[in-house]
Write a protein that binds this ligand. Structure first.
Ligand SMILES: C[S@@+](CC[C@H](N)C(=O)[O-])C[C@H]1O[C@@H](n2cnc3c(N)ncnc32)[C@H](O)[C@@H]1O
Length: 236
């Protein structure tokens, strides 16, 4: 099977009614090339097959882009930049932040954003620490997370960053219903409420995915997030 990346990018953008121009297509291509090249030297992603990288990283990150309008977004556990970098390329009006506990991934993203000419703010640190800081606490319109932790843990990482009315958009797989059931208490404690669930299929791999949109309806009590490691060890 031969996949034409550019055709897939156009197809996906067409289906979500977002315009994509040649410059954006070039940026996504360059990002893919840099990811493939750097991944040979350091562990950026466990997925190595190019078709899977296109589908599971790029297209999966892009399809929910229409859920974002404008404002600032923090991607918690951004890793090699998914979903935040494809989102920024598709929606340049977003002010984007990528946070990760692993510095080598942040260094990779510094290099990529420089090469692409994209303004991506990068923070090396843990969500539990960064969400306590005045500069970041309850200051974001959107928070995202993909492949980082189950939803009850993610809620404690992400909801403290949001201002009231903001949205946490969690990229999830078919296990999302169980994760949602186990997150009821966490959402209530942290000031979140499920607003909608957007379901989609990732082309090429034909995988069912779900973007869970959780609205921040109340301030998060200052005791959350708890100390680094505690949300994972003792989920709410
Ligand atoms: C499996 S990777 C996923 C990366 C990317 N979001 C994706 O979808 O490809 C998970 C990332 O989350 C980061 N991470 C996990 N817990 C974190 C925390 N508490 N604070 C910041 N980063 C965290 C890890 O360092 C890792 O880079």
């Amino acid at each position: 099977m031969i996949i034409n990346f550019n055709d897939k990018l156009k197809e996906v953008c067409n289906s979500i009614e977002i315009d994509i121009n040649n410059e954006q297509i070039e940026q996504l291509n360059l990002f893919k090339e840099l990811l493939l090249a750097w991944n040979e030297k350091m562990n950026l992603t466990a997925i190595v097959d190019e078709h899977e990288i296109i589908a599971k990283h790029f297209l999966d990150s892009m399809i929910p882009a229409h859920l974002f309008s404008e404002g600032n977004v923090i991607d918690v556990g951004t890793g090699a930049g998914f979903p935040i970098l494809p989102l920024k390329i598709l929606k340049p009006q977003l002010e984007v932040y990528g946070l990760d506990a692993l510095n080598k991934r942040i260094l990779f993203l510094k290099e990529v954003s420089k090469e692409l000419g994209v303004n991506l703010n990068l923070i090396h640190g843990r969500a539990e620490d960064y969400a306590k800081k005045d500069v970041s606490r309850e200051t974001f319109k959107y928070a995202t997370a993909r492949a980082v932790a189950p939803l009850n843990i993610l809620a404690e990482y992400n909801l403290p960053f949001l201002k009231i009315g903001g949205e946490f958009i969690a990229y999830k797989g078919s296990n999302y219903k169980d994760e949602l059931n186990e997150s009821e208490k966490a959402l209530e404690l942290l000031g979140g409420k499920v607003k909608k669930i957007y379901d989609y299929k990732v082309p090429i791999v034909e995988e069912d995915k779900y973007a869970i949109v959780i609205e921040k309806i109340d301030n998060t009590p200052t005791r959350y997030p708890r100390k680094p490691g505690i949300p994972k060890k003792r989920p709410l």
